[in-house]
Design a binder for this molecule. Structure first.
Ligand SMILES: [Zn+2]
Length: 77
């Protein structure tokens, strides 16, 4: 069984890489949300590193930039 694979000519164009600059404020103020005296952590902390190490939000999962620990979000209703 040998199927002839059609190799489409790939045009290698040097695409101009436009670096998207995310306006991401890196600060502790973005991690906390103070609501009527209550402090709410917007992001979970790493289970390995302990409290103080926040995990980055990657959409469907959280990742710790310190140890690389990844935790998937629980989609419980
Ligand atoms: Zn960690």
């Amino acid at each position: 069984m040998s199927e002839e694979e059609k190799e489409a000519p790939i045009e290698e164009k040097e695409a101009e890489k436009t670096e998207k600059r995310k306006k991401e404020e890196k600060g502790v103020f973005t991690l906390y949300k103070i609501d009527e005296g209550k402090i709410t952590r917007l992001r979970p902390t790493c289970e390995r590193c302990g409290p103080g190490y926040f995990m980055a939000d990657h959409g469907d999962r959280y990742a710790c930039g310190h140890c690389g620990f990844t935790r998937y979000k629980q989609t419980e209703k």
